[in-house]
Ligand binder design. Sequence first.
Ligand code: ZN
Ligand code: ZN
Length: 339
Amino acid sequence: MRVVQVPRAGGPLELVERNIPEPQPGWVRIKVEACGVCHSDSVVKEGLFPGIQYPRVPGHEVIGVVDAVGEGAKPWKSGQRVGVGWHGGNCGYCDHCRRGEFFACTVALLTTGISFDGGYAEYMVAPAIALASVPEDLSSAPSAPLMCAGVTTFNALRNSGARSGDLVAVLGIGGLGHLGVQFAARMGFKTVAIARGKDKEAFAKKLGAHYYIDSQASDPAAELNKLGGAQVVIATVTNADAMTAVLGGLAPNGVLMVIGAPANPLSVNPIPLLLGQLSVKGWYSGVSIDSQDTLNFSALHAVHSMNEVFPFERAVEAYDRMMSGKARFRVVLDVSAKA
Ligand SMILES: [Zn+2]
Ligand SMILES: [Zn+2]
């Protein structure tokens, strides 16, 4: 089979031939159909996490078909179409796992494409627990980003504490935000999109936003207050100052949910936090059942990731395009496409 691997931290992506892996007990083998190219793949490319073993195949937005099942890998069968996302597995018996906080597993937290080889490949193996069932009416390449960008925004929104009818703002309409706006509107929130520039307004409204705030032309906090204040702002941007700028627009007990990852620290003025009982909260994407819920919701409510699709052979170009920040909006490798 062919895989695209990172040979060493900081090394180039390279297309190489490997033997097709056999699934160990509790794991399944997947014939990959599509894999999204996510900014977090740079963790592998640049060696940003400690302990990554190289060569490593990145990719954690995978959709494919189960093709071999290891002993005891319940309940999966060959021929089922499945997705694999960021959360690749957890031990199930540490204190955090026993509290249901699987993302914080201290014994065997597995991350797809980081702890084990991911979806930039014709085949991959994954723990059975990491699999989400893909509904029939979602095609593979268009839906692959739902396995990371999708579940991250969907799961943050549904765990934000906002109730239907509440004012919910999505800060940034890029790879995460264009999905966040669609989910928020379809979940029944009064949905505000906040982005830079007037030109994005029509697009934001097409995605489902009821209001649009141009953060270049106006103070987003003041504009949110004119609408009554936001119960939740989902911050998808990678600029800490842009996040800070919306804090004053939260309603009492409002929550700033951080899912974008700025390189610089987020500095927060404590006074509005005290006076408004505000929270700043992070959100881990989700586990496999959260991904499965995301896929089902997307199929039911016509949420679509907008993608630039590349054939597998052009993975290097696809990765560079994603890193350029210019892609509209996600980048996907179509692995099953014939060259
Ligand atoms: Zn990702
Ligand atoms: Zn654990």
